[in-house]
Design a protein around this ligand. Structure first.
Ligand SMILES: NC(=O)c1ccc[n+]([C@@H]2O[C@H](COP(=O)([O-])OP(=O)(O)OC[C@H]3O[C@@H](n4cnc5c(N)ncnc54)[C@H](O)[C@@H]3O)[C@@H](O)[C@H]2O)c1
Length: 450
């Protein structure tokens, strides 16, 4: 099938590259011409494992191309996947202006029938507005549009694998013809009939993904309800961690046992600095707004948000408890991305943490394996290290803000020798308190006996 992808950010690039990987002809466009320029010249503007393998191959095979001209991209596809950003407005509501702009552009440029697929995360009822917008903006052209919502559940860091091996595909449609078209697009994923670039064709056995056909409203609601639930889970675990700390229990033991209950599940129960990124914080806020507008009191979500924001305060209590005075002290920060295996720093707790350190008068030297270039744009005033060891140099505290795997395996003798004072405050409970103590460190983390 011929597919156009609008927006080449994290979701758009993974969607475009994976649709090409499973055999479709894909043309991608973006309003940011610099991104298209990078892509056309063979670069990849984001760090997402797997893209470096599939994008060049799909381009070489002629199945994936990039166009700065949106009209050319619209003309190229029978299905148009909208993957533009839906950032938060100052009041927390989702900003849908990019979706509106795309609707206008598609409606005015389309010369043949188009299936328009919402991949961006949007509040319920956006699909209805999108249908209306397409018909209003396209009233002179008489082109027929159908609309569907396929919310995206990929996780940055494992996005390619998540696209190709999803646990479920939620398909919000109005009619059977649209559902059939979408089933054809996703058939290789549903039948697992593609040579998997993640597992080199030897994918682990697993059941086929669920194909869940819903209304468009339900599909949109499923995405917001899922992300908000995950946010609640993390905030819940953080509260249990605070309690464990007071009572002398170990949060790791508690959540491990909780997670073995299939009704609870093990994921999203990690205590620490809390959640960030371009999904959970903004989706939680947008969901609260949607509930309020709909006359439903969903205050418990506001609590999850309040608890999450308070994690930086809890972190600082620990830092101050150890350092006494923060002003003037050299501090190393390990991790800037909102999670490991991505360069995405949007709403990253690590970035908030550095801002807070600067406000308190600390001198900061940070290291992240992938996110430093992006961080330099928003935090030009700090020093950046070439390695974790350089970040630790002369530091009176070393703070772990992102759980990159490489931070688990550092040469701790070298770190201890480099530091002015061997103090580690671990915002991700990445290391073992006992081991760090035996290595001669003063070590603080969340919800674990000192
Ligand atoms: N990042 C994730 O992990 C993730 C996961 C699931 C869902 N989502 C949702 O997917 C959507 C995109 O997220 P993202 O992380 O890819 O964002 P992003 O900011 O990385 O990418 C969005 C892209 O859209 C482009 N764009 C904006 N307006 C445009 C327009 N009018 N025409 C063409 N291009 C336009 C931007 O230039 C940008 O490149 C959001 O709604 C997000 O909530 C994101």
């Amino acid at each position: 099938m011929r597919i156009s992808v609008i927006g080449t950010g994290y979701v758009g690039l993974v969607t475009g590259a994976c649709l090409a990987e499973i055999g479709h002809d894909v043309v991608c466009t973006d309003s940011d011409a610099s991104k298209i320029q990078i892509l056309e010249s063979g670069g990849i503007p984001i760090y997402e494992p797997g893209l470096e393998k599939i994008i060049p191959k799909a381009r070489k095979d002629g199945r994936l191309s990039f166009r700065a001209n949106p009209a050319e991209a619209v003309a190229a596809g029978d299905a148009i996947f909208i993957c533009v950003g839906t950032p938060p407005l100052p009041n927390g509501d989702a900003d849908l202006s990019a979706i509106d702009l795309v609707a206008r552009m598609v409606a005015t440029e389309a010369r043949s029938p188009k299936l328009v697929v919402e991949k961006s995360t949007v509040p319920a009822r956006t699909g209805q507005e999108l249908k209306r917008a397409l018909s209003v903006y396209g009233r002179k052209s008489n082109v027929k549009f159908s609309v569907a919502s396929i919310p995206e559940f990929l996780r940055e860091g494992t996005a390619v694998e998540d696209f190709l091996h999803p646990d479920r595909i939620v398909v919000g449609v109005d009619d059977e013809t649209t559902e059939r078209q979408l089933r054809e697009i996703y058939r290789p994923v549903l039948d697992r009939k593609f040579i998997c670039p993640v597992h080199d064709g030897k994918c682990p056995d697993g059941s086929a993904p669920g194909w869940l056909v819903t209304t468009i409203n339900s599909a949109e609601l499923i995405k917001h309800a899922s992300n908000s639930f995950l946010a609640l889970k993390i905030s819940y675990a953080n509260m249990v961690a605070d309690l464990a700390e007071r009572l002398g229990a170990a949060i790791g033991e508690v959540v491990r046992a909780m997670g073995l209950d299939p009704r609870i599940g093990p994921s999203f129960l990690s205590a620490g600095l809390g959640f960030g990124g371009f999904c959970l914080p903004k989706d939680l806020q947008a969901f609260v707004h949607l509930a309020e507008r709909s006359g439903v009191d969903f205050t418990m979500l506001r609590e999850a948000e309040r608890i999450n924001k308070g994690r930086i305060d809890r972190f600082f209590e620990k830092l101050r408890g150890a350092l006494w005075v923060v002003r003037g002290k050299q501090v190393g920060v390990l991790g800037l991305a909102f999670k490991p295996n991505t360069d995405d720093i949007r709403f990253a707790p690590a970035i908030d943490l550095v801002h807070r350190l600067l406000a308190e008068g600390a001198k900061v030297r940070a290291y992240d394996p992938e996110a430093m270039d992006r961080a330099k744009a928003v935090l030009p005033q700090i020093d950046y290290a070439k390695s974790p060891y350089e970040a630790a140099e002369d530091a009176e505290a070393l703070l772990i803000a992102t759980e990159w795997d490489e931070f688990r395996k550092l040469d701790w003798d070298r770190i201890r020798e480099a530091m002015a004072r061997p103090l580690i405050v671990d915002g991700r409970n990445l290391l073992s308190p006992r081991e760090m103590k035996s290595q001669g460190f003063e070590y603080r983390s969340f919800g674990r006996p000192e």
